[in-house]
Design a protein around this ligand. Sequence first.
Ligand code: GAR
Length: 206
Amino acid sequence: MKKIAVFVSGNGSNFKCILEHISKSKIKAEVVCVVSNHSRPGAFLIAKKSNIPTHHVNVRQFKNGDEYTQYLLELLEKYNVDLVILAGFMKLIPAPVVRAFKNSIVNIHPALLPNFGGKGYYGMKVHEAVIKSGIKVTGVTVHFVDDRYDTGPIIIQKKVEVFPEDTAEVLAKRVLKLEHKVYPEVIKAICEDQIEVRGRKVVWHK
Ligand code: GAR
């Protein structure tokens, strides 16, 4: 059974959804810790209800980036983590952590990458940019994490329509609903070793 660390910055609705799948044994895995760059994100309340240890880890707590990286590596080692799930985590994962967890860190992004991705495109900012652009289709991307924002190998993409009367908030809800369907499916597949990475290409053996 894979041991999962979940990284969050906000509400944690994706985290909650994954946890529900685990508690119903739809995903056979264990969330061993939740990490956030914020001190009291909503996601920590969810974790505490399930007695999952939480850790507030922010680069600003450390003398430099190397110490931050070292701390993250030791934390993940302490919990024997197999898989890191970014669920609304808005910070870059340091390159040595990416190397140590090659193809074992996944992220969900609320648009169809490579559009509306990269530094500065996160959460509601993504949906605001999508609305402003006038595109008719957006969606969800789940990808493995590399050492840049939103550029790692893509595991799955699913689309949703954008309607002329949509606000960023309305669109965000539509996309989030799809995230809650797609992310557990991907995590289940990873936990069942159905996902193979061939360079940039990800193959799903169902
Ligand atoms: C989700 O929409 C997720 O795709 C997005 O933040 C939201 C977190 O919601 N992530 C990013 O923008 C990453 N670049 P949640 O805290 O309710 O799961």
